[in-house]
Design a binder for this molecule. Structure first.
Ligand code: CP
Ligand code: NVA
Length: 314
């Protein structure tokens, strides 16, 4: 058996039982002091409000010490390589978590790190966001199983991790994107291989029909700023409006990872209205991070065998 640590670069690094376990720990108000006397490094190449604060507080709640590291302080691949940085941080920390532009930086870190590496957002994935969103859906509806989540917008990092998380928790995932902004064939095949049930639409009304939750994210993600004007043009008609919410199930809630641009991907009347659960999601970022960090450092459980692409343990 390999003695490699478990890394969480996307939701499919956890199998369905592990996602359930992490969500259960996330819902536990009194965790054990699992990180007592230990550190967690939180490295950021991009801006963050929710992720930085929720992960710092999650570490404190586990009795550990968070150290936030901004890119200009360490200079990945300029001052020293990502590999040397993670080897150094692992001398002091039980977990190294990182927000990066290029997902391959996380893969390089995970390849050499003696401690778990956790993705705090990359161009490909945002697993801690998806875990918080699944926790929110479970809180709103009692459980995730059998629900339908309709995502309206760019098939980006958030959409990818949500689709994987939906697959792990029995949620059907619908996505409506303008032409050229949906998942491509390779991505859809990968999601299907990972057990995600994804249906793609071009018409947002069809995607949200009967959905329990309607989700959106910004049209221009961090790192895509030069495309903003083109994207604003291309995503016209994909705003989540009160009328679009009315096409979902009568009990449907609205979700958004934040930060939001009112008047672009979502109307103010929706995000600030009675169906919005965005602040519950933001609060759940801390609980989800705590659940994952606790699970990762818990010496009692077997953390040495990662699930295969179908989410099965071999
Ligand atoms: N949702 C999210 O990751 O927010 P931040 O970018 O502010 O961390
Ligand atoms: N898709 C967005 C999410 C921000 C939390 C981005 O990557 O900028």
């Amino acid at each position: 058996m390999s003695s490699s640590p478990r890394h969480v670069l996307d939701v499919d690094d956890l199998d369905a039982a592990e996602v359930a376990e992490v969500l259960s720990r996330a819902g536990t108000a009194r965790p054990t002091p699992a990180l007592e006397g230990r550190g967690v490094a939180l490295y950021f190449q991009k801006s963050s409000a929710r992720t930085r604060h929720s992960t710092e507080l999650a570490v404190v709640q586990l009795a550990g010490h968070p150290v936030t590291v901004l890119d200009h302080e360490v200079g990945i691949d300029t001052r020293e390589s990502a590999e040397d940085l993670v080897r150094t941080l692992a001398c002091y920390h039980a977990i190294v978590a990182a927000r990066v532009f290029d997902h391959s930086v996380l893969e390089r870190m995970a390849a050499v790190s003696p401690v778990p590496v956790v993705n705090l957002l990359s161009d490909r994935a945002h697993p801690l966001q998806a875990l918080a969103d699944l926790l929110t859906i479970a809180e709103v509806f009692g459980s995730c199983e059998g629900r339908t989540l309709a995502y309206v917008g760019d098939a980006n990092n958030v959409a990818n991790s949500l689709a994987l998380g939906a697959g792990r928790t029995g949620v059907a995932f619908h996505i409506a994107s303008p032409g050229g902004y949906g998942f491509d064939g390779e991505q859809l095949a990968g999601l299907q291989e990972a057990g995600a049930e994804v249906r793609s639409f071009e018409d947002p009304r069809e995607a949200v029909n009967g959905a329990d939750a309607v989700y959106t994210d910004v049209w221009t993600s961090m790192g895509q700023e030069t495309e903003a004007a083109q994207r604003k043009h291309d995503f016209a008609g994909f705003t989540v409006t009160p009328e679009l919410m009315d096409a979902a199930a009568p009990h449907a809630v609205f979700l958004h990872c934040l930060p939001a641009r009112r008047g672009e991907e979502v109307a103010a009347a929706v995000i600030d209205g009675p169906r919005s659960r965005v602040w519950q999601q933001a609060a759940n970022r801390m609980h989800a991070a705590r659940g994952l960090f606790w699970w990762l450092v818990d010496p009692v459980a077997d953390r040495m065998t990662a699930p295969n692409v179908k989410g099965e343990r071999t």
